[in-house]
Design a binder for this molecule. Structure first.
Ligand code: ZN
Length: 379
């Protein structure tokens, strides 16, 4: 004889099964989408699009391979490399690179842009940080989504970390720095994925005869190296000229010499190993600082945070942080102003290798109208 309880059990089991199936489907879909890079819409000025693996074949079909956008002028000049996404949790670096790809035309010289330098880092999020997987930039026709990744290569692509990492430049570091692209230069052809990506970028620098490299970053408002140009000693004059130009436009910016004993970074190894001029730019980003409130897309895009506001009043920060926060538009504008100043200073120092860009959005306009006004509208 069956009871009501016996009849309910299969129904209950079926409901649980369906629930588990739906949950697995949704989380599986979300996981797979993390590996899919959002589309970038190059401006008509694009001359050529390559993959980084064309400079070093062994990274082909790995999560380290990434797009290289090439803008070439009709007049001969210098060759500039701009990279964003070395650290995929620093959105202004990546978004500035995307904005350049979607707007510029080069009149003189060549500019190569890699928006996602550590492509693998875009495919996961930092564990236990509660970060959103994406942030949403408003455009005139709706919001456009971008991935917020991790500072490090995805452990799915490179595992396990050593206890102590000795990088290709010979420096001893904590084990997880083995997945930090900006500690792995000049790379190793037979090394880990991150080291092979670094090696591929060095190969690109060599084969494209790059003269000057700029690496776009962000750092937390409580760190001293912020609103800064970090420069290799071969670029001291260039950085000083750019700083003066920026200050005349109302942008306060620090100059930080690349410490000779801090090895494996772009502003050190690009200069030492490839002999090119090299700088790294930092803007203030509350979303990966330690003092922030709840992480969210709006914290990234609007940049308002009451805890940083308080920290600023207490004098704990290296940048002013008011009620209005430091929005993504201001951080991207700052990168754009610095890029403009660096390119004009480089062209002044090396007139034979001058670089002329058209269509570079004005920093002031980006601050006023927002980043989305200069990006391809959402589909
Ligand atoms: Zn960084």
């Amino acid at each position: 004889m069956s009871t009501r309880g016996d009849q309910a059990r299969p129904l209950h089991a079926l409901a649980c099964l369906i629930f588990a199936f739906v949950l697995s489907f949704l989380s599986g879909r979300s996981f797979i989408r993390m590996h899919r890079a959002e589309r970038i819409y190059p401006s008509p000025g694009l001359r050529e699009q390559k993959r980084l693996s064309e400079y070093f074949l062994p990274i082909r079909k790995t999560q380290g391979d990434t797009d290289v956008f090439i803008f070439k002028g009709n007049k001969p000049g210098g060759n500039l490399l701009i990279i964003g996404g070395t650290h995929p949790n620093e959105p202004a670096g990546f978004v500035t690179a995307v904005l350049l790809v979607e707007n510029i035309r080069v009149e003189r010289g060549t500019i190569l842009i890699i928006p996602r330098a550590n492509a693998s880092g875009f495919s996961h999020s930092d564990p236990q940080e509660g970060n959103p997987q994406r942030f949403y930039v408003p455009t005139p026709t709706g919001s456009r989504a971008f991935r917020l990744g991790s500072r490090l290569t995805n452990p799915v692509d490179q595992w396990p970390d050593p206890a102590i990492y000795i990088n290709p430049a010979g420096q001893k570091l904590a084990g997880n720095e083995a997945r930090n692209l900006n500690r792995c230069y000049p790379g190793r052809p037979n090394g880990s994925l991150t080291e092979r990506v670094a090696f591929s970028i060095m190969e690109l620098i060599r084969r494209e005869e790059i003269d000057f490299g700029i690496d776009l970053h962000e750092s937390a408002p409580e760190y001293p190296v912020i609103n800064a140009i970090v420069f290799h000693e071969n670029s001291a004059e260039l950085a000083a000229m750019a700083m003066m130009e920026l200050q005349s436009e109302g942008y306060e910016i620090r100059l930080e010499a690349s410490p000779p004993n801090l090895r494996g970074l772009t502003h050190r190894e690009w200069g030492d190993h490839a002999g090119i001029r090299a700088v790294l730019l930092e803007t203030p980003n509350a979303s990966h600082g330690r003092l922030k409130g709840r992480p969210s897309s709006s914290l990234i895009v609007d940049g308002r945070d009451k805890f940083y506001e308080k920290a600023s009043k207490l004098g704990w920060l290296f940048v002013p942080y008011g009620k209005e926060g430091i929005p993504l538009a201001h951080r991207v504008a700052r990168h754009l102003a610095a890029l403009r100043a660096l390119v004009s200073s480089f062209s002044e120092l090396e007139p034979d290798r001058a670089i002329e860009i058209e269509g570079l959005p004005e920093a002031e306009e980006v601050r006023e109208r927002g980043v989305g006004a200069f990006l391809h509208s959402s589909d």
